[in-house]
Design a protein around this ligand. Structure first.
Ligand code: SF4
Length: 304
């Protein structure tokens, strides 16, 4: 009989939970439409569900009618978007995750002190775009080891690294080691930037991968933290698949699998994990064995 090892923690983090509840509360309080800048979280199912309830997703602040309600997503925005929203008289609900805000605060502080900031993150990701917007002239973006090896800074004595919250802990360690070699005086943030939720989901997967024959990570291809979970399992030598939902499962992936590790990214609602389990149970006799790596008790107040 197949065993599904269900990793915990998985799924929604406190920042995503807060952002989604904020949209729902804004819709209940003000009525539709409530505008949301970019995708509230990187999950097509969540976005579609909120769209049905009356949320309108826009790519630019300029696309929002004047004086309407606009919600900033958990990924955060830079000062330009905030100023534009003010100019248009928008009523802003700021659902930027407090842990992303912490990163913005660090960027402002180090920039004000004259540091060159090496931001370790994914180019083009919404969180990166928002963070870089706070000090574009002081920030250099590094996404890979190669870039860490080749990056040039004006004053190697005054440089700091700051990270996107959803990076792979292992990859980051390697990049940071390279930066330390190149800039021995590099400063570090007071608290780690990779957030508790990213860290816990990665550690849970890392600890369970050795038991598994194969790994399914439920998550949207657009979701950075979901992709990292898949990559981590893959690097540990197991077949690892990123599946947006049960429909994406190829039955051939289940052949010969006795132990399947299942987890999900921080933007994934639990009903998608449930439907994956149902899908597998329809095809294989199996038991579900939930393994708790750590209990999370992080909650953020709603901004509305
Ligand atoms: S992944 Fe971390 S930083 Fe991003 S929204 Fe969730 S708790 Fe906040």
């Amino acid at each position: 009989m197949m065993r599904i090892i269900l990793a915990k923690p998985r799924g929604f983090c406190a920042g995503v939970d807060r952002a989604i509840k904020s949209v729902e509360k804004a819709l209940a309080r003000y009525g539709p439409p409530v505008y949301v800048l970019k995708h509230i979280v990187h999950n097509a199912h969540v976005v579609e569900d909120l769209r049905r309830k009356g949320a309108v997703f826009v790519q630019r602040v300029e696309d929002v009618p004047e004086h309407a309600h606009l919600l900033f997503s958990a990924h955060g925005v830079g000062p330009k978007q905030r100023a534009l929203a003010r100019m248009r008289g928008l009523r802003v609900i700021d659902a930027t995750c407090p842990l992303v805000e912490k990163v913005h605060h660090e960027i402002r502080r180090f920039a004000a002190e004259g540091y060159t900031i090496i931001y370790i993150g994914d180019a083009g990701h919404d969180e990166t775009l928002g963070a870089v917007g706070w000090a574009p002239d002081c920030i250099k973006l590094v996404g890979t080891q190669e870039e860490a090896r080749s990056i040039a800074v004006a004053n190697p004595e005054k440089v700091v690294y700051i990270m996107q919250t959803t990076l792979s802990m292992v990859d980051c360690e390697e990049i940071v080691a390279t930066l330390r070699e190149r800039f021995p005086k590099i400063a570090v943030p007071h608290k780690p930037d990779i957030c508790y939720a990213t860290g816990n989901r990665q550690k849970a997967v890392m600890s369970l991968v050795p038991e598994a024959d194969s790994v399914f990570i439920v998550g949207d291809p657009e979701s950075a933290n979901s992709r990292r979970l898949r990559d981590i399992a893959g690097k540990l030598g197991k077949p690892a698949y990123l599946i947006p939902d049960a429909a994406a499962i190829d039955d051939a992936w289940l052949e010969g699998v006795e132990m399947l590790l299942l987890s999900s990214g921080a933007s994934v609602p639990e009903h998608l994990v449930d439907s994956v389990i149902r899908h597998i149970k329809e095809r294989r006799e199996c038991v579900v064995d939930e393994r708790i790596f750590v209990k999370e008790q992080v909650h953020f107040h709603l901004p509305i």
